[in-house]
Design a protein around this ligand. Structure first.
Ligand SMILES: [Zn+2]
Length: 460
């Protein structure tokens, strides 16, 4: 299939046959590789050191010649991942805004440069694909992402997306900024604002939205206008989504639609389940190419085989990634979706954060399963799984598994013993259970996401 120069998308993009999508992706990839060779410090250097010229990467298969990159390289030098704007035409080189990623090991947020071209691409996709996401032009969205000392992707892009679909939006502005000006508001103020505006959509990090619902119940807030909860940035398990629905029913919400979004600031796109368990559809196959690669060799893995998810930008001009491992493990499925018929590639429904599989007392334990079990347990307001050493000063000390637990007011009796038993059954490890207040585990005014797994052991 021939793709004309300047073609950036296809009509009804998410239903196009795979050959048409592939031809478009190849054409866009060629252009991106050419641009990177001239303008992108990191990939220009990498390609030259690998002896790769743009004509060696004309399609997705040949892209495999390029070694994958990861957070390690990006965080070491974020500026090297920004295309040099000199010589880019019109809005392609115009800086629109800068977003920052969080949750890095160094603790220093890294900048993601968004050019006007990138911003318009984002707006276009969300305007065009709104049926996948389910936002309507009659919605009033509560932006429940924290306002932090640096513009975070989700906080900033929520407004772009509202604009793209023609919806209205209000800001909770919770979180914390180390600024001279007291601009942040409390969780209770966010609950009151959502009720006052009669919002229809709550959008935020899953753990925070859950606290908003919990607080609304405690305060008796009128959430009858709310029809949908949208979560980004922290995987929400089916059990947690069921907990959302139950709370929404108890609050008398207009509907109990839950939209689970998977994405990252670096990816700059979103993947969405069309229904529970369908897998996350790529919403932007005309802007992003997804593959799953072997972490060691960088080889692409076939559908159904789990590996590291890697993304390649097909039409971006600010911060650009090629074969960038986002840090999550999953598998892909290129077959048409049996639920909705869309052909856009799907990521397996439960991408595992690599940090969820941890060695404790010599055995690999998937703490992701444990998280899911906690999400399902009634009477648990907040929890945290802590791996620590019995003797913190001894690097060879035995490991200890500690469960920090904030039970709801009516569930305190006997919960520690029940929890210890359940954890032992699931992991073969006997935990210590500590009962604490919920803000000691996750303070909703803090800018960070809830940390469900903490490893306090010395590196050895
Ligand atoms: Zn589907």
């Amino acid at each position: 299939m021939q793709i004309q120069a300047g073609t950036f998308t296809l009509p009804d993009m998410l239903h196009q046959p795979s050959e048409a999508v592939g031809a478009l992706q190849d054409a866009l990839l060629q252009r991106t590789v050419e641009l990177c060779y001239e303008h992108h410090p990191y990939y220009a250097k990498l390609m030259r050191s690998e002896g790769i010229r743009p004509e060696h990467i004309r399609n997705r298969d040949e892209l495999e010649r390029l070694p994958p990159s990861s957070k390690k390289e990006f965080l070491a030098d974020p500026e090297a991942f920004r295309m040099r704007p000199e010589g880019l035409p019109g809005n392609e080189g115009t800086l629109w805004k800068v977003l920052y990623t969080t949750g890095t090991t160094t603790g220093r947020p890294a900048p993601i440069y968004v050019t006007a071209h990138d911003h318009f691409a984002y707006m276009y996709a969300f305007q065009d694909r709104r049926d996948l996401i389910g936002l309507r032009d009659t919605d009033l969205i509560a932006n429940l992402f924290p306002m932090t000392g640096f513009p975070m992707g989700a906080y900033s892009r929520a407004a772009d997306e509202a604009g793209a679909v023609g919806a209205a939006i209000m800001f909770g502005n919770t979180g914390r900024t180390d600024a001279m000006f007291p601009v942040n508001r409390s969780l209770d103020a966010a609950v009151a604002a959502a009720a006052r505006h009669r919002v229809t959509v709550l959008w935020g990090v899953a753990g925070f939205v859950r606290r908003v619902l919990m607080r609304a119940q405690e305060l008796g807030a009128d959430f009858s206008s709310v029809r949908m909860v949208m979560t980004t940035g922290e995987a929400s398990s089916p059990a947690m989504r069921e907990d959302f629905r139950r709370r929404m029913r108890e609050l008398g919400c207009a509907d109990t639609v839950i939209v689970n979004r998977y994405g990252s600031t670096e990816q700059g796109g979103t993947m969405i389940e069309c229904c529970e368990g369908s897998g996350f559809h790529s919403g932007l196959p005309d802007q992003l190419f997804h593959e799953v690669v072997d972490d060691e060799t960088g080889r692409r893995l076939p559908d159904g085989t789990p590996g590291m998810l890697a993304v390649t930008h097909l039409n971006r001009r600010g911060t650009v990634f090629l074969r960038y491992k986002v840090g999550d493990v999953g598998s892909l499925d290129h077959s048409p979706c049996p639920h909705c018929g869309r052909t856009s590639v799907r990521l397996s429904s439960r991408p595992v954060r690599t940090g969820d599989i941890i060695k404790i007392k010599g055995a690999l334990v998937n703490l992701g399963n444990l998280k899911e079990e906690f999400d399902r347990m009634p009477g648990v307001d907040e929890y945290q799984i802590v791996v620590t050493s019995q003797d913190p000063s001894d690097p060879f000390s035995m490991d200890d598994l500690v469960i920090r637990l904030a039970p709801s007011a009516d569930a305190r009796d006997g919960i520690a013993a029940r929890m210890a038993e359940e954890v032992t059954r699931l992991t073969n490890l006997r935990p210590t259970v500590e009962l604490v207040e919920r803000d000691q585990i996750y303070d909703p005014t803090s800018p960070a996401k809830p940390k469900r797994i903490v490893d306090l052991r010395q590196a050895r």
